[in-house]
Design a protein around this ligand. Structure first.
Ligand code: NAD
Length: 353
């Protein structure tokens, strides 16, 4: 059976639009980049130089019957209006993250797509990151026992990048930018209701939007997560740190360096020897005796069923369920709203989410 080929039109041919064209979809069997539209004529010109049809208006792209899928890769404030127009034009839609700035905007998009045969999917690509899928393996398969504490961080020292990411009205700020990835990963992994949220946003660089944040999220099943994004960090803490009832895991970076240390359950270990530490003396903080623990390598990342665009095609052809479900994306948006509220009030917010 010959596979159907889907033509994709990109709205917003900046950094991420080009990344889809040049990397993610470079040799895709079934999804081919066909055309681009950007409000900046120079970007349309680059699209043409890259070998794609360039349109002089978004309506012309949307009215082209040869286009089956629209990718939205513009700044965040215009995702909603473009998505709703593309759905009205009969296209399937892939939208970059964060899908919208507010949860009500996503609800409007979902209403627009509800009674159609079209697919609307959000590009939460970091669900496929190896470091995350390694931690998910540790979590799902109890490699350190029952996980009760997770820390997930990304640290940079370059401040907020680009232009529109500095502006509130454009949906700038690091919570919406990187936070959405880390929160999406967390909620994709921890299958439990959120019961409380505390957050602190940082404004060190003097922008109107946050240049980083820390949030503590507590789940009904007892898991506590510390999620942190920083853009003023000249020394990075590990990407992941997790504690379980039988051990501790660390994933240092995106290259998956790290280790697991587990407690040797069946061994009666000698008590750790007290050590001199600083100006004091401690047994509590001394390393466990040698026979008490075993250090092992990190497990392999688990595999998700399909890659993003393969899954999109499967969903369009009614063969599979989406890996990124719209109700999950909506839950992350609602969580971000609670994070903003907590930071504003400087209070722990009790929720059931
Ligand atoms: P960018 O500034 O590099 O590119 C945005 C492009 O959109 C620009 O060329 C701009 O001229 C164009 N544009 C603006 N308004 C438009 C409109 N109304 N119609 C058509 N074109 C318009 O930004 P970027 O870094 O490419 O980010 C774009 C989107 O991709 C954002 O939503 C961002 O959060 C997301 N993104 C996702 C990832 C990821 O890993 N999933 C990574 C980076 C960016």
């Amino acid at each position: 059976m010959t596979e159907k080929v889907y033509n994709l039109g990109i709205v917003g041919y900046g950094g991420m639009g080009r990344y889809h064209a040049h990397y993610i979809l470079k040799d895709h069997r079934q999804v081919k980049v066909y055309g681009v539209y950007d409000i900046n004529p120079n970007r349309n010109k680059i699209g043409m130089e890259d070998g794609y049809k360039s349109y002089d208006s978004m309506d012309n792209l949307l009215n082209d019957k040869l286009i089956n899928i629209v990718l939205i890769a513009t700044p965040n404030d215009v995702h909603k209006e473009i998505a709703i127009k593309a759905i009205a034009a009969g296209k399937h839609v892939v939208c970059e993250k964060p899908v919208t700035i507010k949860s009500e905007e996503l609800i409007e998009i979902l209403d627009a797509v509800k009674n159609t045969d079209q697919v609307f999917m959000v590009h939460q690509n970091r669900r496929w990151d190896k470091d995350f899928l390694t931690i998910k393996n540790i979590y799902d398969n109890r490699k350190i026992g029952e996980v009760f504490h997770v820390e997930s961080r990304v640290h940079g020292a370059n401040g907020i990048p680009g232009d529109w990411r500095h502006l509130k009205e454009k949906g700038g700020g690091m919570l919406l930018d990187w936070g959405v990835h880390l929160l999406d990963q967390l909620l994709f992994m921890v299958n439990s209701n959120i019961t409380s949220v505390y957050a602190d946003l940082s404004y060190i660089l003097g922008n109107e939007v946050d240049d980083g944040f820390q949030t503590i999220i507590t789940f009904e099943n007892g898991v506590r997560a510390l999620i942190e994004v920083g853009t003023t960090n000249f020394i990075n803490l590990p990407r992941w740190y997790a504690k379980g009832t039988e051990g501790t895991a660390v994933v240092e970076n995106w290259s998956n360096n790290g280790k697991i240390v587990i407690q040797n359950k069946d061994i009666v270990a000698t008590a750790p020897k007290p050590i001199k530490a600083g100006q004091g003396f401690t047994k509590t903080m001394a390393s466990p005796s040698e026979e008490a623990t075993t250090t092992i390598s990190l497990p392999e990342p688990i595999q998700l069923d399909e890659l993003f665009y393969d899954n999109l095609v499967s969903v369009i052809e009614n063969r599979k369920k989406p890996i990124v479900k719209n109700e999950e994306v909506l839950r992350v948006l609602k969580l971000m709203e609670i994070i903003f509220e907590s930071a504003k009030k400087n209070e722990i917010i009790k929720v059931s989410l």
